[in-house]
Ligand binder design. Structure first.
Ligand code: C2G
Length: 131
């Protein structure tokens, strides 16, 4: 069983999120998504429109997502990689290189940074504001 892990806020879930998640799932058998908690978002200086429980529910409804777990700290990635025997970690390339240090603790871990899609939650929020 090959397990893939990814992480993010996934606020106002949109097509670029879905593309990332579907591409991640194809790499293995099981996709686990770490969804940032509201407290962790505050630490990232990010405020989601949808609270954690709603973002989690939406992610869980996706065909390509097998499990959603809370991302409550930067250290959680290592915790879940170990707990779920993760073989591959995937992020969009706005995070390029930022998680390469995980390979120090997990030399076998593959890391992919996929090209970021065109859509952004911030842009969607602005469009709604201006309706
Ligand atoms: N993403 C993407 N294309 C977009 C928007 C987002 O590929 N147009 C990707 C991001 O690169 C990330 C994932 O979708 O891999 C989730 O993005 P965000 O919800 O913006 O996540 P973020 O708040 O950056 O949290 O520890 C990592 C963080 O929790 C990432």
């Amino acid at each position: 069983m090959k397990t893939i892990l990814t992480a993010g806020t996934f606020d106002i879930l949109h097509a670029s999120h879905i593309q990332l998640l579907e591409r991640a799932k194809i790499l293995g058998d099981r996709l686990i998504v770490m969804c940032s908690t509201d407290d962790f978002n505050a630490k990232k200086h990010k405020e989601a429109l949808q609270p954690y429980a709603e973002r989690k529910l939406i992610l869980e409804a996706l065909r390509c997502v097998d499990k959603v777990v809370p991302e409550a700290s930067w250290e959680d990635k290592a915790k879940y990689i170990k707990a779920f025997n993760v073989s591959t970690f995937v992020m969009g390339d706005n995070w390029l290189g930022k998680f390469d240090a995980l390979k120090d603790a997990f030399p076998e871990l593959e890391i992919f940074y996929f090209p970021r899609g065109k859509i952004s939650s911030t842009h969607l929020r602005d469009k709604i504001k201006n309706l």
